[in-house]
Ligand binder design. Structure first.
Ligand SMILES: [Fe+2]
Ligand SMILES: [Fe+2]
Length: 177
């Protein structure tokens, strides 16, 4: 497998794991405990997608595919790309509900549910349509350049590994309960 695909699959795996753990947190009835746990996931989803994951796809990968590949319908790519806007808007709404009212958990839980469902479907679509077929969509030189840009982006913002390690620790803690 090419490095560009590996990097994205690794990030998708982290996101999938975080979604699964969030589903568990969604069942927590105690308001205080729920808020204490869920804020970690809200922050993680926001930072990880906003700083590292979506820019890789939107500013680097999708752009390259749109420019160079004749093997994909642009409509499909635009639809996948459009999901990012929905996700960005939804996580802002989630954050708003979290900050707005400490005792009103239902609105927050519903918004979190919507976010993780959207994210799950979106990642699944990307895996099946884009990442699995990346070697058909771009040639070797293009794939190398994409991977190089991914690595450069991660180096620029430095804290990706810390974000991934922190959330993995929390996921483990939650899964063992
Ligand atoms: Fe995406
Ligand atoms: Fe993705």
């Amino acid at each position: 497998m090419n490095t560009a695909a590996e990097i994205l699959l690794d990030e998708h795996k982290t996101l999938f794991d975080a979604i699964e753990a969030t589903k568990k947190v969604q069942k927590v009835k105690d308001v205080e405990l729920y808020r204490k746990l869920i804020i970690n996931f809200i922050s993680f989803f926001k930072d990880f997608t906003e700083i590292y994951h979506h820019p890789k796809e939107e500013k680097i990968l999708y752009k390259k595919i749109l420019k160079h590949s004749k093997n994909i319908d642009n409509k499909i790519l635009n639809e996948i790309s459009g999901n990012h806007h929905e996700l960005d808007e939804q996580i802002i709404l989630v954050e708003q509900y979290y900050n707005e009212n400490e005792n009103e958990n239902n609105k927050l839980k519903k918004a979190v549910d919507k976010y993780i469902n959207l994210l799950f479907k979106h990642i699944w679509k990307e895996n099946i349509i884009l990442i699995k077929n990346l070697s058909y969509l771009l040639d070797e030189k293009e794939l190398k350049s994409v991977a190089k840009s991914f690595i450069k982006l991660d180096e620029k913002y430095e804290k990706k590994k810390k974000l991934q390690n922190d959330i993995t620790k929390l996921i483990k803690k939650i899964s063992s309960k």
